[in-house]
Each structure stands twice: as structure tokens, then as C-alpha cells.
Design a protein around this ligand. Structure first.
Ligand SMILES: C[S@@+](CC[C@H](N)C(=O)[O-])C[C@H]1O[C@@H](n2cnc3c(N)ncnc32)[C@H](O)[C@@H]1O
Length: 375
């Protein structure tokens, strides 16, 4: 099994593939600091630094294409959909590679917001472009908290494969049994009655399938493969450098803050300047999980109450929260490690996805309907 990693960053997909014994034969990113980390960790052999648009022709044959692609607007999204509408974007590069190389599988990852951007037109365009290539496309929103990481990080993963039939690789039989009625399962199984992608609504549900310009989606609430929850307090460094602390300053700020003492999406919020979960200036506790790590600088300076003191998270804690080895970004400065980790995909999350996909661990909807009818 040979994989390529487009928009590789620091190699979240690479770590997952390495663990699964899948050889990565080509990887690329335009950003020098991320590229330096990648080469330091995985060797110089397969990584090319530069703009992917200039490198498409060099991409070798492969079985699995992976990409955590940048989220860019499509200029005419929603008008024509499909490949025509993705022209000139980085997403189009993925489409081009899939069309040219016809990998057996692809696994893409992006922010959950993709499902509702432009009133659904953005995701519809993506689905249509991928389904035009002859793949059965499936997406599901996954959360890092279910993969043993102390972080509320919801991401949409989109997979494609050339397997026929109406099959879900991203839901277990238990997920489907607890979330869908027999009638709903029947509706999924009947491909000929799926709506056209062009008839999409303002928001796509957290799970769905698409092929040949049609789609079916549903709300799947359970995740039966979830690992036991890990709290932020379990991964903290015991004695970090004093430069991470801002205790005096925070004590002053707390005087004008409102006490919240509540959990929002598993994140413990102790104080907020305006009392809400999102607005203003929050101080977090460690009895829950961390909010989504991002590449946004302000997020790296968020304050956590740890014991009787207040500090930001360390770069080592960022690595642990995102599921990377602590020294993974050692070639980057401490400051630069935050956005590199914040941008990355948790390897454990995509490992679960890749493993199910290549092993064809799936639920066959048509077979399920037959089974129901026999009962
Ligand atoms: C969301 S990040 C992917 C992170 C990656 N999955 C990881 O685990 O670190 C998107 C990446 O796309 C890269 N990128 C943006 N424009 C690019 C281009 N034109 N060519 C190649 N890479 C590009 C960015 O530098 C960034 O690292």
C-alpha cells in the first residue's frame, strides 16, 4: 500500500500511515517551517517543499491519497457545482490528482464549518466534484475527544473508494442501529431515490454518502468506537518554565470577570469577562478538555488555572493534546510550534479512518435491508 500526503503540514497523516505500515511515497507542503519539521522527522526522501500547483505532474502512482486541505472559497460556488466550480482552487489540485491517478482510496480532512459554508453550496461543490470521478464518497464529523485526546476538535473527514454498493466505512453497525430507524436505513439503501446534490439544503448533516451527483445524509449521534475520555489535567507538564505563567496579571483581570464555572462542549470555563462561553476573555479549567487548538495566535495565550496559578499551555502540552510525540516539532522555535501543532490533524483520528477504509470495515445498507425483510 502506497500513500501520498498533500498539504502535509507536519505530517499528521504520515504518522497514521507509518503506524499502519503504509508507505508514504510523496508528500508536499508550501510552508518552510512545516516542511523542515517534516524532513527532520521523516527524512528528506519523499517530501517536496513548494506550491502544489507546480508539482502535480511529479506525483507518483499510489493507492491512498491523503490531504488536510486549506479551506478556500470557491468563486462561483453553488452555480454549476462539480469540477467546473472548483477551478483555480487548491481543492481542484486534489481532484486533478484523483482523476489522473485513480487511487483506490482517498481520505480528506477539514473544518466542520465546511458543511454549512455558503448555505451548503461549498460542500455540495466538493461532493459533486468528487462523486463525478466515479467514487463512492462518504463523510462524517469526528471529534478528537473520542480518540483519547483531551480536546474538543470537530473535523469533517471525507473518504472515497471504488467499492460498489451502498456502504458506510465511517459508521459502525452500532452507530447506525442507535441513530437510524429501519425506515431511514431503507431510504439510505435505495440509491435511486437519493436527492440530487444540486438540491442540497443550507447545511449538510454530520454523516452522509454521495455518488454520481446524488447524496443521502443523516444525523448520527453515537460513536461506538470511542476511547475512554482523557481530561486536560492528565496530560499537563508538572513543572513548566516560568515564562508560561501570568498569574499576577490574571488575578487582576479576574477582579473584573464574571464567574462561569460551567462546561461547554466538555471545556471547563471558570471565568469570562462577559459571562458567556465564547464572548470576551475566558479562563479555562483543566477538569475538562481543551478547546480546539488552532493556528490563531490569541489561542496560544489563553489562560488556564492550574493549581493556584494561571498559565498558558506549553508547546509540549500542545503536542500531547494533538496526539503528536513531544519532540515532533523540535526544529521550530517554541513560539512557532503552536501554529504547527494547531493546524495539524490528530494522527489517531485519521488512523481510525484509514484503517477502516483500507480494511473495508463497513456496514452494507442493502444487505441490512434484506436482513430486516427476512426477520
Ligand atoms: C490544514 S493544514 C494541513 C496540516 C496537516 N494535515 C498536518 O497534519 O500538519 C494545510 C496545509 O496546506 C499548506 N498549503 C497551503 N497552500 C499550499 C500550496 N499552494 N501548496 C502546498 N501546500 C499548501 C499549508 O502550508 C498547510 O500546512
Amino acid at each position: 500500500m502506497r500513500a501520498i500526503e498533500m498539504f502535509a503540514g507536519i505530517g499528521g497523516f504520515r504518522l497514521a500511515c507509518d503506524e499502519l505500515g503504509i508507505e508514504t511515497v510523496w508528500a508536499n507542503d508550501i510552508e518552510p517551517k512545516a516542511s523542515t519539521v517534516y524532513r527532520d522527522r521523516f527524512g528528506k526522501g519523499v517530501h517536496i517543499e513548494g506550491d502544489v500547483s507546480q508539482l502535480i505532474d511529479q506525483i507518483p502512482d499510489h493507492d491512498l491519497l491523503t490531504a488536510g486541505f486549506p479551506c478556500q472559497p470557491f468563486s462561483s460556488a453553488g452555480k454549476k457545482l462539480g469540477i467546473e466550480d472548483v477551478r483555480g482552487t487548491l481543492f481542484e489540485k486534489i481532484v486533478q490528482v484523483i482523476r489522473n491517478k485513480k487511487p483506490k482510496f482517498f481520505v480528506l480532512e477539514n473544518v466542520k464549518r465546511l458543511l454549512s459554508m455558503d448555505k451548503g453550496a461549498h460542500f455540495a461543490t466538493i461532493l459533486d466534484a468528487l462523486s463525478e470521478l466515479g467514487y463512492l464518497v462518504e463523510w462524517r464529523v469526528l471529534n478528537a475527544v473520542n480518540f483519547g485526546l483531551p480536546q474538543n476538535r470537530e473535523r469533517v473527514v471525507i473518504i472515497g473508494h471504488l467499492d460498489h454498493g451502498v456502504k458506510s466505512y465511517l459508521c459502525t453497525a452500532q452507530d447506525i442501529a442507535t441513530s437510524l430507524s429501519v425506515r431511514q436505513i431503507g431510504a439510505v439503501a435505495n440509491l435511486s431515490r437519493w436527492p440530487k446534490i444540486t438540491d442540497h439544503g443550507a447545511k449538510f448533516h454530520n454523516w452522509g454518502l454521495a455518488t454520481q451527483g446524488r447524496f443521502h445524509h443523516a444525523k448520527i449521534d453515537s460513536f461506538s468506537d470511542a476511547l475512554p475520555a482523557v481530561k486536560l489535567s492528565a496530560i499537563l507538564e508538572s513543572d513548566p518554565d516560568r515564562s508560561f505563567y501570568f498569574t499576577e496579571d490574571t488575578l487582576e483581570r479576574i477582579k473584573t470577570s464574571e464567574k462561569v464555572d460551567r462546561f461547554y462542549n466538555g471545556v471547563e470555563i471558570l471565568y469570562n469577562q462577559k459571562g458567556g462561553a465564547r464572548m470576551g476573555y475566558s479562563i479555562f479549567g483543566t477538569a475538562g478538555v481543551a478547546p480546539t487548538l488552532t493556528c490563531t495566535t490569541s489561542r496560544h495565550y489563553e489562560r488556564y488555572k492550574i493549581g493556584d496559578e494561571f498559565r498558558r499551555l506549553t508547546n509540549v502540552e500542545y503536542a500531547r493534546i494533538q496526539g503528536f510525540p513531544e519532540q515532533h516539532c523540535q526544529t521550530a522555535s517554541r513560539y512557532d510550534q503552536y501554529p504547527l501543532f494547531g493546524n495539524a490533524v490528530p494522527p489517531q483520528m485519521v488512523k481510525w479512518v484509514i484503517q477502516r477504509t483500507i480494511n473495508k470495515q463497513c456496514v452494507d445498507f442493502q444487505a441490512q435491508v434484506v436482513q430486516e425483510e427476512l426477520l
